[in-house]
Design a protein around this ligand. Sequence first.
Ligand code: NAG
Ligand code: NAG
Ligand code: NAG
Ligand code: NAG
Ligand code: NAG
Ligand code: NAG
Ligand code: NAG
Ligand code: NAG
Ligand code: NAG
Ligand code: NAG
Ligand code: NAG
Length: 620
Amino acid sequence: MQLSPLQSRLAASLMASCLLIIIYFTLFSPHFAMALELQEPDQIVTDEPDIPSFDRSILARAPAGVTALTNNEAMPMNVVPGTTQFFVFTVLPTSSRSLELRSEHDGLLAPGEEEAVVAVEPPAGAQHRPLAKRQSSRMVYISANTCEQPRAVNVSTTAQSPPQLTLYVSTSPSNQSPGPLPGPVQRDVDDQVAIEFVEGAVMYNVTTTGDLFMGVSAPEIPSGFDGSFNFRLAASTDAYFYTYNVEDDADLIWVDSDSQGALLITHNLTQSSDPVIEQKVMSTQPYVMFAQNKNDTSIIGLMHSFCGLENHAQIAATKNGQFSAMVSTGMTKRGQGNLPKQQFFFTGLNSSSSYLGILARDGNLTSGNGQIAGGGHVFKATNFSTKSDHGNCAIIVDLEFCDQVAYSVPSNPNFGNATKLAKFYDNLAIQAYDNFNKSLAQVPCEADSTQRYSLVRNCTHCATAYKDWLCSILMPRCEDFDNPAPYLHPRAMAQPFPNGDTLDEATRAQFPLADTRAFRQSRVSQIDDIIKPGPYKELLPCEDLCYNIIQSCPASFNFGCPRPGVVGFNSSYARRDPSGLLTCNYPGSAHLESGARRAISSSPWAAVGFVLGAVIVLLI
Ligand SMILES: *[C@@H]1O[C@H](CO)[C@@H](O)[C@H](O)[C@H]1NC(C)=O
Ligand SMILES: *[C@@H]1O[C@H](CO)[C@@H](O)[C@H](O)[C@H]1NC(C)=O
Ligand SMILES: *[C@@H]1O[C@H](CO)[C@@H](O)[C@H](O)[C@H]1NC(C)=O
Ligand SMILES: *[C@@H]1O[C@H](CO)[C@@H](O)[C@H](O)[C@H]1NC(C)=O
Ligand SMILES: *[C@@H]1O[C@H](CO)[C@@H](O)[C@H](O)[C@H]1NC(C)=O
Ligand SMILES: *[C@@H]1O[C@H](CO)[C@@H](O)[C@H](O)[C@H]1NC(C)=O
Ligand SMILES: *[C@@H]1O[C@H](CO)[C@@H](O)[C@H](O)[C@H]1NC(C)=O
Ligand SMILES: *[C@@H]1O[C@H](CO)[C@@H](O)[C@H](O)[C@H]1NC(C)=O
Ligand SMILES: *[C@@H]1O[C@H](CO)[C@@H](O)[C@H](O)[C@H]1NC(C)=O
Ligand SMILES: *[C@@H]1O[C@H](CO)[C@@H](O)[C@H](O)[C@H]1NC(C)=O
Ligand SMILES: *[C@@H]1O[C@H](CO)[C@@H](O)[C@H](O)[C@H]1NC(C)=O
């Protein structure tokens, strides 16, 4: 058959094309690459450190037994003692993404990325260098939490906690399975880093140009333990998925406790008094909390791990946590500054026991996966303890009138529940406030500043000062009678405890003034007559609550405060302690003082108080 010139030219070009295709496939075939990978597994990598760069695709594939991690997603995994689990995190080519981010969303760059860019930013005109750098080097944040660890077979004979896991990290393609030495393959120690978990958590960052290889290794466990480890590992180019911070001051403040309960609050969640922001913060509940009797060892070794705490803490105030019914949480604006805080109110605790409280931001694996830092955050633990089982101090919260009161007051289990107790005290205050309110109504509050009683204070200040004082006088802050702190004042020593016991002579003899009114009775007679708490100790109100009334209210009210050193002062007020110890009660006070405290200067008012006489010291 003869071909026309056109046909023969077509045939020639077809043949050329076929040849080209054959040559292409011979040189660059993906099948060829697959074959190479299948024929020559793992060792080729370790034996040949200088792999040419076009073989990248081979290295990026996770070999058998190696788990590939996805950005910002936690990988749950079991590891048997004495073995290691291997992971690879492929840092995606970032050239196009970096360019895009750089031009359009400059502010959204991840911290590590931003740093790298800034660090190599050359003078204008040398554009190619920073691009090359950005393309090849990224900060990777590796973090992990231990969710399960081997358990002691017999808790009463095994005192220590099981050993911790270790994270191994390698950025070297020649060490794709970093782990404890000596391993199955000998290699240089320089090409891997070992980081031991601390209390079930690890955080490590590394800047890498290529893939990141990780091993999580479980040590051999001593006898007396049984079971294996379970952990969650996450890698991210944005931020740590799991975090903890035990360096900063505790973010959880122990306010007060009674024999079965405790009240804890967070710091102010915002410093803003903008109603919109405040409303937004008040509608959230950003924190969860764990509590643990210090005698219970179940969380030792897991105290920095969110899932470890959720699985093993005695009380977990999380959605699915253990005994979460023992905790109620909510937002409150109580306390200095009236700023939003989250509060946790525990019930059903053991009396005279020490507890650890651990605050955390939720690390919900389901909703957290895929989110930057979605694994949660664990804060430093706070110590708190419960009172003895005399049962004559009880926490009251959420009072209608005395809305700043949230602490233990004298009580009696036979009187009724905390709601009834709170109502009793609140009514006491409402009745007592009424007379004052009538007097205040006589004062020209609305007058312009020249006719007012003070240029800086008005009736609002006076009413607030009086209310703060009244609530703290009528609701004594209650402590165990056994509490030996010198700044506490014994009350109601002549009365029996709720169980009928009375103080013996030896105990009474320790108090030379035991027979005086200030020791025999409560400050407010209704407490002894109706509640009948029996002997307790009072954390006296701070002296500045009294001075504040003198400063804020019209002189015609004739208020006065006792001066320190004068009869009556010691059984009425106490002074603040400069070291931050809670030695007196004031609205919003807690056991642990926050760092910044206002300095209270007492001298100007003390003189006034002396002149006016000790009016306010009198019992109501
Ligand atoms: C645990 O050890 C204690 C003390 O040796 C022993 O009395 C107890 O029976 C042991 N418990 C179990 C479950 O083996
Ligand atoms: C990375 O880790 C080092 C310590 O290894 C630490 O000093 C540094 O702050 C970390 N960087 C970031 C961004 O977390
Ligand atoms: C909240 O903020 C106020 C005002 O800034 C401050 O006085 C108070 O101590 C803070 N409270 C806590 C619990 O940090
Ligand atoms: C808890 O530990 C304290 C000492 O720290 C001890 O006095 C108390 O008896 C222990 N309670 C229990 C229930 O083990
Ligand atoms: C209370 O004490 C009992 C007995 O010691 C213990 O089993 C229980 O776990 C404790 N409960 C709390 C909430 O501390
Ligand atoms: C996690 O969050 C998802 C969606 O917000 C929710 O359905 C699930 O119950 C949560 N799980 C836990 C353990 O809190
Ligand atoms: C809590 O108590 C332990 C002792 O049980 C102590 O070592 C630790 O320092 C205390 N923590 C704080 C924040 O006071
Ligand atoms: C407290 O007792 C009153 C009755 O005196 C009852 O109506 C109320 O529901 C109780 N509150 C709680 C929280 O148990
Ligand atoms: C105080 O009196 C004013 C009227 O003079 C009244 O509006 C206010 O509700 C009273 N406050 C209380 C707490 O009774
Ligand atoms: C008193 O002064 C404060 C500001 O210092 C103001 O907010 C308040 O409305 C004043 N109260 C009266 C009754 O004028
Ligand atoms: C008041 O207490 C202080 C120490 O707290 C003491 O030095 C002083 O003598 C007491 N004053 C009176 C009048 O009892």
